[in-house]
Design a protein around this ligand. Structure first.
Ligand code: PLP
Length: 407
């Protein structure tokens, strides 16, 4: 008998062909096994690398408070959660997490999801249907695009941070209403864009959506924990948090754990419990994840969080200054995400490989995560880095700088 693993199926043949094309286009991706905890230094294939690739912005993923909270929750509530939240999986750690989230965000309520991706999917499909319109920034994260498609609402895309284009689409949506069509309009954008690190003109967007009677969903995945007096995000920093109907974020980046959330009114949270399919039809997150996230929120909210945040911004300035002084100015940079534009996919991967060989891990980001021909290195900083580590990364970048970087 032919062993199972030798069986080449028609599916495998078809997929091998497609993978060949992916390789040829310089778009091959593979998983890298990391043999250490997350941190400023990680170990891959026996090599210790300076890590400038993580979204663990405040260095909390390996923080003792989070580890202890996860361990204690596993001891007290077990490894698994047993069922979906609506059956018998809504454990005390999930409720405590949501209380902490709402308090941290300054909202009436919050609902936790298993991931940020699941939060977007659940929230958008719960709020919108085929009579509605969803208007997204061209660069919003894949989870919001997928959710928009799944919702069945009419999807319109506005140019990245282009207020005129957004207004044009909102006027068109007003026209639909005037024709007597039912249906509402939801605008979706990110506060800090994940691959470019630039900020949305949030005050103007809030004014605009209000003039047109639309709602706003704001994805603060890369801003929560880093911006605003209480580190709630860019909506807080711009003083518009109370005017954003649906505030979304992840528990897997600055909060150092895993999961996603929607923060807003009690009515919104109740509606999501009744309608968000990614909550209703999915096993609740493990208690350890919920407890770690809650501990992460507590660290971020306290003086340790304030110090880490301050330290992160100091390191970002230091990193940027090093690049500017070397004649390789980073693009629009106002966040902990620093894109270094290369353009060509193969060149970006080659540069990342060279850096990795010299002990610095800054990943190449390519299509389909960004547009074709817009490949880049995406450096992210963490409060856990030392000034020497940042200097080391800048030196490696400058030494291997491609001849004509596309700015
Ligand atoms: C990471 C990310 C998400 C998804 O969050 P996960 O918790 O990782 O699923 C959503 N939106 C943006 C902008 C992100 O960067």
């Amino acid at each position: 008998m032919v062993p199972h693993h030798d069986t080449v199926t028609d599916l495998d043949q078809e997929l091998s062909g497609r993978l060949g094309q992916i390789r040829e286009a310089g778009l091959w991706r593979e998983l890298r096994r990391v043999d250490s905890p997350q941190g400023p230094r990680i170990r891959i294939a026996g090599q210790e690398l300076l890590n400038f690739s993580s979204n663990d912005y405040l260095g909390l993923a390996h923080h003792p408070a989070l580890r202890d909270a996860a361990a204690k929750a596993a001891q007290d509530f077990g490894a698994g959660s047993g069922a979906s939240r609506l059956i018998c999986g809504s454990l005390a750690p999930h409720h405590q997490l949501e209380e902490s989230l709402a308090e941290f965000k300054g909202t009436e309520a919050a609902l936790a999801f298993s991931t940020g991706y699941a939060a977007a999917l659940g929230a958008i499909t719960a709020v919108l249907g085929k009579d509605d319109v969803i208007v997204v920034d061209k660069l919003v994260h894949a989870c919001c695009v997928d959710a928009a498609r799944l919702s069945g609402a009419k999807l319109r895309v506005f140019g990245h941070n282009d207020l005129d284009d957004l207004e044009r689409i909102l006027r068109w949506a007003d026209g639909r209403g005037a024709e007597g069509r039912r249906g509402r309009t939801l605008v979706v954008t990110e506060s800090v864009f994940s691959m470019d690190g630039d900020l949305a003109p949030l005050k103007d967007i809030v004014d605009l959506k209000e003039r047109h009677g639309a709602w706003l969903m704001l994805d603060e995945a890369h801003a929560t924990g880093l911006f605003g007096e209480h580190r709630r995000g860019v909506a807080e920093a711009f003083g518009v948090a109370g005017r954003v109907e649906i505030q979304m974020g992840t528990l897997g980046k600055a909060f150092g754990a895993a999961g996603g959330y929607i923060a807003g009114s009690r009515v919104l949270a109740d509606h999501l419990v009744n309608r968000a399919r990614s909550v209703i039809f999915s096993t609740a997150p493990v208690p350890a994840a919920a407890a770690a996230a809650r501990a992460g929120i507590e660290v971020v909210a306290g003086s340790d969080g304030a110090q880490r945040c301050h330290r992160l911004w100091t390191l970002v300035d230091f990193f940027k200054k090093g690049l500017v002084d070397s004649g390789w100015p980073p693009g629009l940079v106002q966040s902990a995400i620093i894109p270094l534009m290369v353009g060509d996919e193969t060149a970006a991967v080659a540069l990342a490989d060279t850096l990795r060989a010299s002990g610095v891990f800054i990943p190449a980001i390519r299509y389909p995560t960004v547009a074709r021909g817009a490949a880049r290195l995406r450096a992210t900083l963490s409060a856990g880095h030392t000034a020497e580590e940042v200097t080391g990364a800048v030196a490696a970048l400058v030494a291997n700088r491609p001849p004509a970087p596309v700015a």
